[in-house]
Design a protein around this ligand. Structure first.
Ligand SMILES: [Zn+2]
Length: 238
């Protein structure tokens, strides 16, 4: 009798653990339901688009070139203190799932994916996308530092919680930034200067250093996790 009850309570405990670790939507749905990273060693830098995929094009600027430029600047700023991995180092095409897989090969690491926006001509300024609890603090810090670098904003969404392949699927904390609107005259003018691109890279580096030092400290209560399956190419927004 006693051992029967013990078995039942063990089963109950296992069920609790199993449900918590996988969430109601099956294996892996709870990815990222943990505190934000601290003392991480590796930064995986993803320069969005590349090769046949130019990304946004407006006002003489091409997203894939700008993302690679910022990625290289950020890598140079971080390299003295971090192990830096780039998902691409030249102008070639890399699938989104491949980028997520590259990130997932590293532990004690974070992924930052660099993009630029396209929209109505009056929209301007940075946006930062996150999904998982473990990526929230880093996303907030990145958006705050990008806002500090960019002297204007208009109609931009700011900090956005959205499930994308690069905010949901890697096994490490992951954040995607739209570092300005190519369609905005103000953003585009500044992005045309190396000085401003360096300022963007510096703001990303500062956010990463701050996160490494402080973790979630000062961020208040962490958001509740949203359990959802991995993002796929067939989703409306991938
Ligand atoms: Zn993009």
């Amino acid at each position: 009798m006693h051992s029967h009850r013990l078995l039942l309570s063990l089963l109950g405990a296992w069920l609790l653990v199993a449900c918590h670790s996988t969430g109601p939507l099956g294996k892996g749905a709870a990815y990222g339901d943990k505190p934000g990273p601290r003392d991480f060693q590796t930064v995986v830098i993803d320069a969005g688009h590349g090769g046949k995929d130019s990304g946004a094009r407006a006002r003489g600027l091409t997203e894939k070139n700008l993302t690679l430029d910022i990625a290289k600047r950020l890598a140079a700023l971080l390299e003295p203190d971090f192990r830096v991995i780039l998902t691409r180092t030249h102008d070639h095409f890399v699938e989104l799932d491949q980028r997520a897989q590259t990130a997932s090969r590293h532990s004690n690491a974070v992924l930052v994916s660099i993009h630029f926006n396209y929209g109505r001509r009056w929209r301007a300024g940075p946006e930062t996308y996150w999904w998982r609890v473990d990526s929230y603090s880093l996303a907030r810090r990145i958006q705050r530092h990008l806002n500090g670098a960019c002297p204007h904003e208009s109609g931009n969404a700011g900090l956005v919680r959205r499930r994308l392949r690069l905010t949901r699927n890697p096994t490490i904390p992951c954040v995607l930034m739209e570092c300005g609107y190519l369609t905005s005259l103000k953003d585009a003018r500044m992005l045309g200067t190396a000085d401003y691109r360096q300022r963007i890279a510096k703001s990303l580096a500062s956010a990463l250093r701050e996160q490494r030092m402080a973790g979630d400290t000062g961020m208040g209560p962490l958001p509740a996790p949203i359990y959802a399956p991995p993002s796929r190419a067939t989703d409306a927004r991938g």
